[in-house]
Design a binder for this molecule. Structure first.
Ligand SMILES: [Zn+2]
Length: 124
């Protein structure tokens, strides 16, 4: 699955209301919460059922259940948000070809280096 397919699966599995609850936003029985994007105090944001996302009547911010995360978690990209929802709801989605992150690449080379050192020690 590529990133776009994964985001589709997430949008069809989890509602904006589910995500708002997971983020600790207080959702009333009409599906409204205070908007994290303009830091509103009133319940101006409407969260919809199904895959219809959310809409704020004050700052007009709208989006899907994934982008809602980016309004609450600082420095969170859409992709980060996607994996956060995936983990949070145990959806178990993974990219088809996982490109190792810089961190993972470093880690792999560290492990390789350590193996080489051990090999030297063993023979020496
Ligand atoms: Zn707003």
């Amino acid at each position: 699955m590529d990133i776009r397919e994964i985001s589709n699966v997430i949008r069809n599995s989890v509602t904006a209301i589910d995500v708002a609850n997971a983020l600790g936003l207080e959702v009333d029985r009409h599906g409204r919460c205070s908007c994290p994007f303009h830091h509103g105090q009133d319940k101006n944001m409407k969260l919809y059922d199904g895959n219809r996302g959310y809409y704020c009547f004050v700052c007009h911010k709208s989006g899907d259940c994934i982008s809602l995360v980016t309004g609450v978690v600082p420095e969170c990209s859409y992709t980060d948000a996607m994996w956060w929802v995936n983990d949070q709801f145990g959806l178990g989605l993974r990219p088809a070809k996982e490109k190792p992150s810089i961190f993972q690449r470093d880690r792999a080379s560290q492990i390789r280096k350590r193996k080489d050192q051990n090999a030297v020690r063993d023979t020496g």
